[in-house]
Design a protein around this ligand. Structure first.
Ligand code: SAM
Length: 259
């Protein structure tokens, strides 16, 4: 049986109506290859097998893997994998969509791992409500963060609905949300150097209460002068800048980059 303490984020969602709603908003079709991270007891897996061409379900816990093996004996369009989802080779499976009730302790690393996989088409994830709100946040709101900009650079995001903790067994301490992310054909803005773009964003939000003239010092030597010259108010804080503003800072700064 699964471990008694939910050490591996083992909060099971066994409400059929909610699971059907997740599959509906995921917009998977009988042509899709779908990947599930953390299959648990297999209730969501069951619906995915019925609705997709092929399902790859990853589960780290050997005892749950055994339950899944028995439950889905002879289901030909399912591959069960007993592995840590953070170590799975996503680049090697062709185009895929993800539909998962994510173990919450790996939410951020797994989202970034998936975003980095060029074959990912979309992901429909049940995650902590507060992380979903941070991912989808707009500028000048309290949830707007480096995570919001980096995710929105690659993906179009929409929170589809919320799930009360009582629907999970055992209930987690936080509320949950189902978020759908579709990969953009191309980023909403163009940057000359993506690495620098992300460094600037992280540095600005690393000191989000400070003005840009201070928070950008670790990347730009004279941020006040530089920002004034490119028409961005150095008294502003990171949370007041749009993704376009960060692109402008990067591209203007890159005029002085080597190479
Ligand atoms: N999909 C099931 C459901 O909806 O009820 C289970 C969801 S539960 C929130 C998360 C599942 O992920 C658990 O079964 C847990 O054992 C598994 N898990 C935890 N860490 C994992 C990891 N690093 N890789 C793969 N599976 C993991």
């Amino acid at each position: 049986m699964p471990k008694k303490t939910p050490r591996l984020g083992q909060h099971f969602l066994r409400n059929r109506e909610i699971l059907e709603k997740i599959v509906k908003v995921s917009e998977i079709t009988p042509y899709d290859k779908v990947l599930e991270i953390g299959a648990g007891m297999g209730d969501l897996t069951e619906l995915l097998i019925e609705n997709a061409r092929e399902v790859i379900a990853i589960e780290i816990d050997p005892s749950l893997y055994k339950i899944l093996k028995e439950r889905f004996y002879r289901r030909e369009n399912l591959s069960l994998i007993n592995q840590d989802a953070l170590k799975f080779p996503y680049e090697e499976i062709g185009e895929f969509k993800v539909v998962s009730n994510i173990p919450y302790y790996i939410t951020k690393p797994i989202i970034f791992r998936l975003i980095e996989s060029p074959n990912l088409i979309s992901m429909t994830l049940t995650i902590q409500k507060e992380v979903a709100e941070r991912l989808a946040a707009k500028p000048s709101t309290k949830d707007y963060s480096a995570l919001s900009i980096i995710a929105q650079y690659y993906m179009k995001l929409e929170i589809k609905f919320y799930i009360d903790a009582k629907f999970f067994s055992p209930p987690p301490e936080v509320e949950s949300a189902v978020i759908k992310m579709d990969r953009r054909d191309k980023p909403p803005i163009q940057v000359r150097d993506e690495k620098l773009f992300f460094r600037i964003i992280k540095s600005a939000f690393g000191k989000r209460r400070k003005m840009l003239s201070n928070s950008l010092k670790s990347v730009i030597s004279e941020p006040r002068e530089f920002l004034k010259n490119i028409g961005i108010d150095p008294m502003k804080r990171a949370e007041e800048l749009t993704i376009k503003d960060f692109a402008k800072i990067t591209n203007e700064f890159c005029k002085f980059c080597k190479g």
